[in-house]
Design a protein around this ligand. Structure first.
Ligand SMILES: O=c1ccn([C@@H]2O[C@H](COP(=O)(O)OP(=O)(O)O[C@H]3O[C@H](CO)[C@@H](O)[C@H](O)[C@H]3O)[C@@H](O)[C@H]2O)c(=O)[nH]1
Ligand SMILES: [Mn+2]
Length: 675
């Protein structure tokens, strides 16, 4: 118990540096325009997708269209879609989107549309200005519906209606599969072609589809591998000195964001210090009380602003603008300034020849015996390739920036079932722990290279997973001792009771206040406490165990892609903020067993009350244990409902229920009998 308390104390201390001084940033994009409008740098935008089943092509192309429609000179904009799913369906959808963009871009410009993801725009009940707008609106909406129907139909059929529509479809043959195919590179819109224009006669941004080569015998390094292939291929096509990276579910919600980011990167005084500009990840589908604590409110509204005071936020994968040179591996030097304004013009020449030539850059063997994945590009071997890459950049001496504008720059899709979230949290906490143990550990490699406050900030995340030990201990041992009638904490009348009471009260008031001030609701805070418990006792525990197994050589790196879809039934429950179980995940067995164990201990001691001792005696000797055990029971009320009472498909599967009841009973009885 003492060990657990020391741990909690140390961990609390680590979470303090990011609360010392918070930095908030503002941009003045009109000044950027005044100074640099004609010298703005080229920007390459990388969108990553990996599986048409969990990342529907219609969602992917909405993201693509939203970034094609940035308020930015189109001849300086190039959009690359990396498809790790190697799917014809995604390619087909992108092709349809390229046709639609000829109408969508001029429409956005003419009516200053926000947001520029068509799906989000039509959902948002847009304001119509006048009669011509009414007409234009009706026709663009119709075009979008046609696009949507085409894409959804192909998805439903699982095949492409007309393969003669584009030469690119010839790249898929009967032998190619998701994990085994040649590199597919199709330049759908060639920005340097004078003919590539929208219906209003303006130039279109370059649009490229890339599915890098996949072979079963070559490990593909997940998103990091995809990004590195994109870095190489794009360097021969547009070679923009600024790279924006978004996940396929994170559409641009603000057409000014490129300009916002450039305000930092092009700043004449400080700009050369910044390697990347990371916007927060904000989700569109959060319910009022954020049932699964998806918003990570404290992280977004407090901690990242605190990190910005010590050198800047980590790179968190989506919504991040990088300098190409630094991301590709340029070594830091103090006096070197990368001038974004000077640009080398790329001549594309014959597109078909170019496509054939560049495929080799996206082959499985290209990276053999190179520094890609180590000294160049995104780092390999870690399930949070983003965080470790950002950290290594910061360790070289560069800084990053965290703008958090009122209007979210990007909006994504958060998980809507408990299982999805716990799996995602496992990947993150496992990856972050691996960083701690890696060459780039903030704890030793970072010392002297980054600010100590930043080291502490990274440690908050790197130590997520080891937290499981103390929390597990605290959720089991005091309750079992309560059942047995053994006090573990000081008595209420003892002065030693005071520090415990103080910590409990102060910690909860502080965190609730922080949550409410960051825009959350009280129930949202309560839900976050529940998720705090579930993450620590299941995701973090499994991550901890897997990391140890990996150190011993028993386990491989995995990357479970988060699903961005859920069935109608489940979405309805998500809307009503009802916890979704429904699958037999081992994580559910853990959290259910813990909940039941506490329920049994609490009922056990209450049943013994009259026979063995009085309530006042119990309270005097074991108040803290009763409170702790009681809190576990109360926070788990929705879980008990799912275990025993609910009838819908989202309830706990009966096999999980019976296993957990068995395990909890076993723990209680063996403890009472043996100890
Ligand atoms: O083999 C793969 C696996 C994933 N992805 C893409 O990577 C992105 C992130 O995957 P997702 O399942 O959505 O993971 P999240 O946990 O939501 O993503 C966060 O965490 C990841 C690291 O764990 C980062 O890669 C992401 O950028 C960051 O947004 C998605 O666009 C995927 O399409 C690939 O391109 N190739
Ligand atoms: Mn995601």
């Amino acid at each position: 118990m003492f060990g657990a308390e020391i741990w909690f104390g140390l961990y609390w201390f680590i979470t303090q540096s990011v609360r010392w001084s918070l930095v908030y940033r503002r941009t003045f994009t009109d000044r950027l325009s005044r100074r640099f409008e004609n010298e703005l740098p080229k920007v390459d935008i990388f969108v990553c997708t990996a599986d048409p089943a969990v990342e529907p092509p219609i969602m992917v192309i909405n993201t693509v269209l939203s970034v094609m429609a940035y308020d930015y000179p189109t001849e300086k904009l190039s959009v690359y879609l990396s498809d790790d799913g190697g799917s014809e369906l995604t390619f087909h959808a992108l092709l349809q989107a390229s046709y639609f963009s000829k109408h969508w871009l001029p429409y956005c410009k003419k009516y200053e549309v926000e947001p520029r993801s068509p799906a989000a725009y039509f959902e948002s009940d847009p304001r119509i200005l006048d009669a011509t707008h009414t007409k234009d609106f009706a026709s663009i909406k119709k075009l979008y519906e046609q696009l949507e129907n085409k894409v959804l139909l192909a998805n439903k059929l699982g095949q492409i209606p007309d393969k003669s529509e584009h030469k690119g479809f010839a790249m898929w043959d009967s032998s190619s599969s998701r994990g085994n195919h040649d590199a597919i590179l199709q330049i759908l819109v060639n920005g340097s072609d004078p003919e590539a224009r929208d219906v209003a006669g303006c130039k279109l941004p370059t649009l490229v589809y890339l599915a890098r080569e996949k072979r079963p015998e070559h490990f593909h390094n997940f998103k990091a591998g995809a990004m590195n292939a994109l870095i190489r291929v794009s360097s021969e096509i547009s070679n923009g000195p600024v790279i924006l990276n978004v996940d396929c579910d994170m559409y641009s919600n603000d057409s000014q964001s490129i300009r916002d980011a450039l305000c930092f990167l092009m700043d004449e005084e400080k700009g050369h210090e910044f390697a990347y500009v990371q916007f927060p990840q904000i989700f569109k589908n959060i319910t009022k009380n954020d049932l699964y604590a998806n918003s990570m409110t404290a992280g977004r509204e407090v901690e990242f602003h605190g990190l910005d005071a010590f050198g800047g936020p980590p790179y968190i994968g989506s919504g991040c603008f990088h300098r190409r040179e630094i991301l590709s591996g340029r070594k830091y030097s103090k006096c070197y300034k990368i001038d974004l304004k000077t640009q080398n013009e790329c001549k594309m020449g014959n597109v078909h020849e170019l496509e054939e030539r560049l495929k080799s850059l996206a082959s499985c063997t290209y990276e053999q015996n190179t520094e890609w994945g180590h000294e160049m590009g995104l780092k390999y071997g870690c399930p949070v390739e983003d965080v470790i890459t950002g950290l290594s950049i910061q360790c070289q001496g560069w800084k990053s920036v965290y703008p958090n504008p009122e209007r979210p720059a990007f909006l994504g899709v958060a998980g809507t079932t408990l299982d999805q979230i716990l799996v995602q949290q496992k990947r993150w906490s496992e990856g972050d722990l691996q960083i701690l143990l890696s060459k780039y550990s903030p704890a030793w490699y970072g010392l002297g290279r980054i600010h100590i406050g930043l080291t502490m900030g990274y440690l908050i995340y790197c130590l997520w997973s080891p937290n499981c030990v103390a929390v597990l201990y605290y959720s089991i041992i005091p309750s079992l001792h309560l059942l047995k009638g053994i006090p573990l904490f000081p008595q209420v009348s003892s002065v030693w009771f005071l520090p415990f009471a103080y910590v409990i009260i102060a910690e909860h008031i502080y965190s609730a206040a922080e949550f409410l001030l960051s825009g959350g609701t009280f129930l949202g805070w309560w839900n976050e406490q529940r998720m705090w418990l579930y993450k620590r006792t299941s995701s973090y525990l499994l991550a901890f165990v897997d990391t140890i197994l990996k150190l011993l050589g028993f386990s491989d790196v995995k990357f479970v892609i988060s699903s961005k879809v859920s069935d109608e039934d489940a979405s309805k429950r998500y809307g009503e903020e009802i916890l979704e179980f429904g699958t037999t995940s081992p994580m559910f067995i853990i959290i259910s067993t813990l909940a039941l164990l506490n329920l049994f201990c609490l009922t056990g001691i209450l049943m013994k009350l009259k026979a063995n001792f009085s309530l006042s005696f119990l309270w005097e000797t074991m108040a803290l244990q009763i409170l702790l055990c009681g809190a576990f029971v109360v926070i788990n009320l929705p879980l008990f409902d799912a275990l025993f009472f609910r009838k819908d498909n989202g309830r706990m599967p009966s096999s999980v229920t019976s296993k957990s009841v068995f395990l909890a009973l076993l723990a209680c009885t063996s403890f009472t009998l043996l100890y």
